[in-house]
Structures are given as structure tokens and as C-alpha cells.
Design a protein. Sequence first.
Length: 268
Amino acid sequence: MTTSTEHNPIDVSGRRIGGDGFTLIAGPCTVESREQMHAVADAVAAGGADMLRGGAYKPRTSPYSFQGLGREGLELLAEAKAETGLPVVTELLDVRHVEDVVEVADVIQIGARNMQNYALLTEVGRTGCAVLLKRGLSATLEELLSATEYIRKEGNERVMLCERGIRTHESAYRFTLDLLAIPALKEMTDLPVIVDPSHAPGRRDWVESMSMAAAAAGADGLIVEVHDDPDQALCDGPQSLRADAFAAYADRVRTVAEIAGKGVPVAV
Ligand code: PEP
Ligand code: MN
């Protein structure tokens, strides 16, 4: 593995990711409407989130499920960014959308299903935009790090890794959140390690404990799903934190992160 280690922490629009800071990225799974985006963005901003997430293009298991609002979703993200001042993390899943996505994204999310889409990774590398690379459903850590090289070989070093749960024989929950990936990746690379505590449990009541566990294990931050009306969400409602509960959640998780030595504000 030829991963260089000189780029931790990395800078994203005035936020430092990695080092002794803890980055909280929060927002809806999917951008659904102006009202939804504003409600969630305001709540996570008020609760102290460092960045806003939201998908305009969604990789759905079924082609008949809601695929996201596309360009309209990107516009709503841009509005929410202007309103809150929070940098935006949004998914890119098709090279044809690169130009539109980089106009709005401060961080391009590459989803688990695209971790080994090497043409996409190469294009993302060429944009120079910061990247959140999610671990593939069955990918080893070596494969995850190898995928980062497709981005880095284009001269883009602003890559953060994301553990989001892997597929195992266990069927009692959606995915197995591999928290040992945190210390293991920290030994293998200096790239920041972010944990997604939402997609593995697939249910809201297990998200906070997984968030705390990730913080305790040394994660550099979390990317968590939040919705103002999760029962009506078009995607991933059951696992989304309620917007009005976000601030208290964020306080508790940050307390754990501080114990783990990550108490320095990420805004510079
Ligand atoms: C998401 O973040 O909403 C998402 C689709 O994640 P993943 O690619 O990890 O399934
Ligand atoms: Mn989701």
C-alpha cells in the first residue's frame, strides 16, 4: 500500500477534518422538498453540526424507488448552504453529473455501491473537490484504501474514509457496523475516518449508541441522517434521527468524542 500520510487533517471550506477535531455531518438521507431541507438544515445548524448532508442523486436497490430530485435537489442544497453557512456533502453516482454536483458540493460522497467504480473515482480525483469515500458492502480495508488511490493519483489528496457497515451473515440488522475499522484504518493510513451510524442499524433507536461507540473508538466524525418528519420520509425514515432531537444527541456524542481526545472545534 502506497498511501501517503501527510494530509491529516484536511481542510473543507474552513473546517478541519481529522486531527483532534470531531466533525458532525448531519442532514436528510435525500433532499425531498424545500420545506424539508430548510427544516432539517436549520435544526442541524442550530444543534451544532459542522456540515450538511443530503442526497440529490440516490443509489436505490430498486429502480422503481424514488431516485432523488437530481438538479432540483442540488438547487435546494445550495439554498440550505446559503442559509446556514454549512458546507454540503452530497452523493455523486454518475460521471454525467460531475459538473452539476461540484457546483454545490464541498464534499462529494461516493456511496458504498460505487466504491470500486474506478471511472467515477478518477473523475472525482480530477475535480479536486474533497471526497467522502464510503466502504463497499463487502470491501476489505485494503480494497477501500486501494480505491482512494484512484482519487489521489489525479492529484486530489482531500479524501476521507467512511465506515458504514458491511454485509455479514448476521441478519438481525441491516449491516454490521465494523467499528474495529477505525483503529485499523488509523494504523494503515492517516486519512480521516468518518463513521455513518445510520445505515447499519437501520433504526433510529440504535443510532445514538453506535455514534457514541464510534466516537469512543476514535472516529474523526460522523455522518448521520436526520429528518423533520421521518414517518413521511421518502428514503431511510426509520433510521433518521428526529430533527428536534438532534441538538441533545449532538451534545451527548460530543461529550464522548471529547473523552476520546477530540474536543477541538473544527471551524477555523
Ligand atoms: C446514504 O448515505 O444515504 C447512502 C446511500 O449510503 P451508502 O452508500 O453507504 O449505502
Ligand atoms: Mn440513506
